[in-house]
Ligand binder design. Sequence first.
Ligand code: ADP
Ligand code: ADP
Length: 228
Amino acid sequence: MITIRDLRKVYGSFVALDTFNEEINAGEIFGVIGQSGAGKSTLIRCINRLETPTSGRVIVAGQDITALSGSDLRRARQQMGMIFQHFNLLSSRTAAENIAMPLEVMGYSRLRIKARVAELLSLVELEGKGDSYPAQLSGGQKQRVGIARALAADPKVLLSDEATSALDPQTTQSILSLLKKLNQQIGLTILLITHDMGVVKRICDRVAILEQGKVIERGRVVDLAAQP
Ligand code: ADP
Ligand code: ADP
């Protein structure tokens, strides 16, 4: 589902990401773990093309993301939902209006938007909260809105950038359970970056450990967890 080949990002003479290679399968939850500054955000930003890689290729659902621009890139990006540590919701808009944003961009009719938003609110277990503003929601509820918005355009891939890092342990568990449910229920492929090994052990199938831009270890989580 995501093929990453020889991906490099260099700022001036500083190598933020050094020749990253990975094949992430459809339906897999893949974790990238590392400390602050390891290059995790750089990786995710090169995949969704918020950054242009210095070299290498990223192929998502058969499409070479690194070769696209303009409207082709915008369309390819709809295959990738993204969630964030600080949720990135618009505070002046209700939960339902936040979730509707990608659908408005895609030119959906009001009626279709209404139906799809209701479906998404139910998917993330937030029925009845559509008219609430972000300030009226808990951190976990805000992230559920973020997840619903990320899934609005029915992407094949979800990119998660420290999505539970601002949440307490109990809320973290409930969000991870939701991600696992979405993975199983709608076959969502998830690439998540985190600094928390607990998150990796809880839901990831495989993990790569990043240090100073380089992968220093990779493998199946069950195998890593079995090590002393
Ligand atoms: P992480 O997400 O793992 O904390 P980042 O990918 O944000 O790490 O950053 C990796 C390294 O690249 C850091 O040392 C950071 O300072 C550097 N870096 C990130 N973006 C830029 C940039 N635009 N210009 C220069 N250096 C950058
Ligand atoms: P995050 O919270 O995801 O780690 P950062 O705070 O590291 O993000 O980076 C925020 C923005 O600043 C990004 O656009 C990143 O590319 C840029 N940035 C990070 N480190 C540097 C740096 N050393 N020099 C220039 N820009 C940087």
